[in-house]
Every structure is written in structure tokens, then in C-alpha cells.
Design a binder for this molecule. Sequence first.
Ligand SMILES: Nc1ncnc2c1ncn2[C@@H]1O[C@H](COP(=O)(O)OP(=O)(O)O)[C@@H](O)[C@H]1O
Ligand SMILES: [Mg+2]
Length: 228
Amino acid sequence: MHRTLIEKNFCLGSKESHFKITIAEREMILIGGIIDEIDRLNKIVTKLLHFSRPSPPVFKPEDPMLILEKMLDLTTEKVRANGIEVKYAWSGRPCRTMVDREQIQQVFLNLLLNAVKAMPRGGRLDVEMRRTRGIFEAGLGPSLISGGDFDFQDWFVRVRFRDTGCGIGSEALPKVFDPFFTTDPRGTGLGLSIAHKLIEENKGAVYIESTPVKGTDVIVVLPAAEVS
Ligand SMILES: Nc1ncnc2c1ncn2[C@@H]1O[C@H](COP(=O)(O)OP(=O)(O)O)[C@@H](O)[C@H]1O
Ligand SMILES: [Mg+2]
């Protein structure tokens, strides 16, 4: 393909130099588009490979707040560029989670990136962590979209990501965990399906509540490490 483009330039350029420049510019744009597209496909393939072959989780007691802070560091630039105010805090006593740190990092990152993307003209992102006992206290009631196998008496850490972004319409909401479902022309539609899969691997659950225009709540429930 590269060669064809060069040859085309050569033929046209030899007759009319003005033409040559115009065509070359157009082709540069085309090449730019192709490179962007290759980049996007590359991302999809990499994500798919992770998706189909996630390494088995290594469970250790982890501080979910440290995991969150590390992922917030990675998103600082986008958060600042979009003019988003971020707050995060424990509600009540802090508690560690029994999870695979790298997998939960990926989950938090995917959720943060979605929230940032939903607020291109600014807004607020509020992450609240809370230790809860039993599935109902964790909020896993009738609105549960996806979940694991729970014991009523288990302790969990509930992490709620609340954004004031564009929200999700009622038609899209049941599909957001489907692989390749996206409303973003540049998106892969794999962020939430990967998050969902990793949360299940970590014996947790995730569900989403959203109101178009007002914003979205993503609630992640992870097993608590130890409760004293
Ligand atoms: N916080 C959010 N606010 C609004 N829409 C969201 C949010 N998170 C996810 N979505 C919707 O769910 C879709 C799927 O998300 P995801 O799987 O991460 O794929 P992608 O980000 O590549 O579109 C998004 O395209 C968007 O429509
Ligand atoms: Mg995403």
C-alpha cells in the first residue's frame, strides 16, 4: 500500500506540483487515519487476549484505597484536562480486601476512565468506600446486574464510583457489560466486560445505576480481608 501511494504521488507530481502537494496532504490524513485505526485494533487485540486468558488471581489482603490512589495517579492528566473534581474517602472504618491487586487495579482504572470520558465538560467524581456485612447491606438487591455466589453473613468492601456525567440511557444500560458494546466511536466496548470478568474472578460483584444527564453510579463489592 505504501508503494502505491508513493507511485501515485510521483505520477501526479511530475505534471503538476500543486496537485502533488494536495494529494500528499490528503494521503497523509489517510495514513494518519490508518495508523489510528491500527492503534485501536492493537488495543482491542491486547485487551481481548487479557480477557480470554486472565492469569489466575493471587489473593492477598490489599488496601483498596492505595489501589485507587495509584490508578487516580494514572488518570491525573485526563481529569485535569476535563476539569473534573475528584473526591475519595472511607465512610466508616477502613478495611482491607482479599483480592488480586493487579486485577483490581485494572478494574478501578477502567471505571475511572469511563467516568472521565462521561464528563468531557467537567463534573464531579466521588469514590466512596464502605465496609458492609451481607449482600443486602452491600446494596446487592433487585437492581443487581451481575454478581457472584454470596453468603449472607460475609463481610464486603463496597466501592461506589459516582460521576455527574452524561449517564446511560435505559436501552443501553442492560448491554454495558457485553463485550464490544460501546457508544464511543473510539471505544472498544471491552472496559466494562473486562471489569465484570475480573470482579467475578475476585468473588465480587458489580452493578450500575444511571440517570441520563445526571450521572452514573458504579458499585463494586469485593470480599473483605479481615474484620476485627
Ligand atoms: N460512567 C459512565 N458514564 C456514562 N456511560 C458509561 C459509563 N461507563 C460506561 N458507560 C457506557 O458503557 C459503554 C461501555 O463501556 P466500556 O465497556 O468501558 O467500553 P468503552 O469505554 O470502550 O465504550 C460506554 O460506551 C458507555 O456508553
Ligand atoms: Mg471504557
